[in-house]
Design a protein around this ligand. Structure first.
Ligand SMILES: [Zn+2]
Length: 368
């Protein structure tokens, strides 16, 4: 099956990036941070004890995974253990009309997976009401969404109708709605950015779609979700944030190169990057930028005009134009073509990301 898919040219007008293998268990965060003072702890127990000791509360409060639960609009999207829940200063605890003890309440909260639930915490002076939405997909539901995604959207021409079909088929996995929403918003973002695929969306809407995707996927720690979040960060020129999501080689290398230029140093891509496998569609500019990052210097010089053309297009978003300017500045600088390097460095003189390298190049070229 995989071999047949590999042989098919995606045929997209844009490009695509490799989706890494899917592990079966989500990676849990090891380091615990206090939600009030940011102090880090090696274990959940130490952190829990610290919160009780260092931050005694007057008002009852609910904490999960070291985050304060808000009374309204709090959504729990990932499973937590009873120990991840902390109830402070409550003399009486009522969950969905049921009074219970502290430990029973933590057990109950760790078992809820869907719907809205009411948690009331009472102390002598306060009554605090939480209305919490639980939307925790089961592992199998996430797998079904990924299988549906592979079947309908991987290595296929990307058009609006296919995304709609994916939503229709996958939506039966109720608990996985955030995952489905994140994937489809990202793909609609790709299409609106490229103005293709018959979405009816205008170009400007791609940013909102990308950010909605990142937001919907924020609690989903799976390779496909992390890849999408990394691509949204890459689009926004947040290279370090993209790298923190451990994207596969192609994107990681492009992020490292651009992040290196940001720090004023130039860097070459590693050789032999794996590119065969299931591919996630991306927009034309992202595909071109990533491709360019992996070319040897001589080929970068040969193909500089492709990026130059892209940078000059009115529909190229400012973030992408900045990436292109930085890459071309660096390529010409490495090749010893200082006049061209300075030409690309000039627009970056006051750019917060690349000003350091741009000014260095302008200065050094002026001294020659
Ligand atoms: Zn603290």
């Amino acid at each position: 099956m995989a071999k047949i898919i590999d042989a098919v040219d995606p045929g997209n007008a844009g490009g695509s990036v490799l989706i890494p293998e899917m592990p079966t268990t989500p990676n849990r965060q090891v380091l615990r941070k206090c939600p009030k003072c940011e102090k880090a702890f090696a274990s959940r127990e130490e952190c829990r004890q610290h919160i009780f000791d260092a931050h005694p509360a007057k008002r009852p409060q609910l904490v999960v995974d070291n985050q304060m639960v808000t009374e309204r609009d709090h959504v729990i999207c990932a499973p937590f253990l009873p120990d991840d829940w902390i109830i402070q200063q409550a003399e009486q605890i009522i969950i969905d009309q049921q009074p219970m003890t502290d430990s029973a309440a933590c057990q109950t909260l760790s078992k809820l997976t869907s719907g809205f639930h009411h948690v009331q915490l009472k102390s002598h002076d306060f009554v605090v009401d939480y209305h919490i939405e639980f939307c925790i997909p089961a592992e199998e539901q996430l797998v079904v969404v990924e299988k549906t995604f592979s079947m309908l959207l991987v290595n296929q021409p990307l058009v609006s109708e296919r995304i709609g079909h994916f939503i229709d088929v996958a939506k039966h996995e109720h608990g996985a709605s955030h995952y489905i929403e994140g994937i489809s918003d990202f793909l609609y973002g790709v299409l609106s950015k490229d103005q293709r695929g018959y979405t009816g969306l205008v170009f400007q809407e791609h940013t909102a779609k990308f950010h909605a995707a990142k937001q919907a996927l924020r609690f989903i720690d799976r390779p496909l979700a992390n890849l999408i979040k990394a691509l949204v960060n890459f689009n926004d020129n947040a290279f370090a944030a993209a790298l923190a999501l451990r994207p596969p080689g192609q994107i990681a290398a492009a992020c490292r190169i651009l992040d290196g230029l940001r720090g004023g140093e130039s860097r070459r891509p590693p050789e032999d990057l794996l590119t065969a496998g299931n591919q996630l569609p991306v927009d034309i500019a992202t595909a071109e930028i990533i491709r360019f990052c992996h070319l040897p210097l001589a080929e970068q010089l040969d193909q500089a005009f492709t990026l130059e053309h892209l940078a000059g297009k009115r529909t190229t978003p400012p973030h992408d134009r900045v990436k292109i300017q930085a890459l071309l500045m660096n390529t010409f600088w490495e090749a010893g073509q200082f006049t061209e390097a300075v030409r690309w460095a000039k627009p970056l003189r006051h750019n917060p990301l690349f000003e350091e390298l741009a000014n260095k190049i302008i200065e050094e070229a002026g001294n020659d």
